[in-house]
Design a binder for this molecule. Structure first.
Ligand SMILES: CC(C)(COP(=O)(O)OP(=O)(O)OC[C@H]1O[C@@H](n2cnc3c(N)ncnc32)[C@H](O)[C@@H]1OP(=O)(O)O)[C@@H](O)C(=O)NCCC(=O)NCCS
Length: 222
């Protein structure tokens, strides 16, 4: 296992956020390649990553527990700065977009969610996400995921959104299941991590399924 430098002195001071309410549906229309919109929920904001998020992302994501089952994140502030600039360039090129998750009371992102195209015109895309462990189980991820899925299905033309999660990644698989993603199969030996090939579960969400599920949720809530 690659050792990640966990640096508690770098943690933001906005941990006591309680559980987040469900976000309102996202209805923005935007040319996201020109600029990502700011998506607001009751107690958090999704916005494009900026260079000054690098230190917070380092302290939140470059830890062993967060990185255990994902492609290793950068291990330095400079590495995150380069990643952020790369994400901005790739958004301008229309290849992917990355939102930073900023809870109420924080100035900087404590997690991120990325959607990248894997078939022309974004008809098929893959998403990945990570949140600092102090925010696990708070609802920050679910609120961010719902807003991201609304945005992706309404604004990028994506029909099929894939996610891969290592079989042993209980939280990652649990979170995808909760969102209504469908488990399609196991990609054997598909992630090389610390010298070992790990199996990943392939999950998908189809645009039509997402909007049907949202309609059901709305009917239950109202
Ligand atoms: C994946 C991640 C973003 C999810 O955020 P989170 O705040 O932990 O997610 P949530 O708490 O909303 O949901 C996780 C679900 O998994 C469930 N879960 C946790 N451990 C579990 C276990 N051992 N077995 C089954 N389910 C489990 C939780 O109970 C929860 O479901 P519930 O709310 O119905 O109880 C976060 O855990 C993370 O950043 N992990 C590290 C990076 C990563 O793995 N990214 C995903 C790659 S696919």
């Amino acid at each position: 296992m690659e050792k990640m430098p966990y640096q508690p002195n770098l943690e933001p001071i906005c941990f006591d956020i309680g559980r987040m309410p469900s976000p309102a549906p996202v209805t923005v229309e935007s040319d996201w390649t020109a600029a990502l919109p700011v998506l607001e929920s009751n107690r958090m904001v999704l916005r494009e990553l900026v260079k000054t998020d690098a230190l917070s992302l380092l302290s939140m994501l470059a830890t062993e527990e967060v990185a255990k089952f994902i492609t290793p994140p950068p291990t330095t502030q400079e590495g995150f700065e380069k990643f952020i600039l790369w994400a901005q360039r790739e958004r301008q090129a229309g290849n992917q977009f990355t939102f930073g998750m900023v809870p109420e009371g924080c100035d900087h992102a404590v997690g991120l969610v990325q959607v990248r195209q894997i078939a022309p015109r974004f008809s098929v895309a893959e998403w990945g996400f990570a949140v600092g462990s102090p925010f696990w189980g708070t609802g920050l991820f679910m609120a961010s995921a719902r807003m991201t899925l609304d945005f992706a299905f309404q604004n990028t033309g994506v029909n099929r959104l894939e996610a891969r999660a290592v079989v042993q990644n209980a939280r990652g698989n649990g979170a995808l299941r909760k969102l209504g993603a469908v488990q399609e199969g196991v990609l054997r030996g598909s992630l090389l991590r610390d010298g070992k090939f790990l199996d990943q579960i392939m999950w998908s969400i189809i645009s039509q399924d997402w909007f049907q599920a949202k309609a059901v949720w709305s009917a239950v809530v109202h």
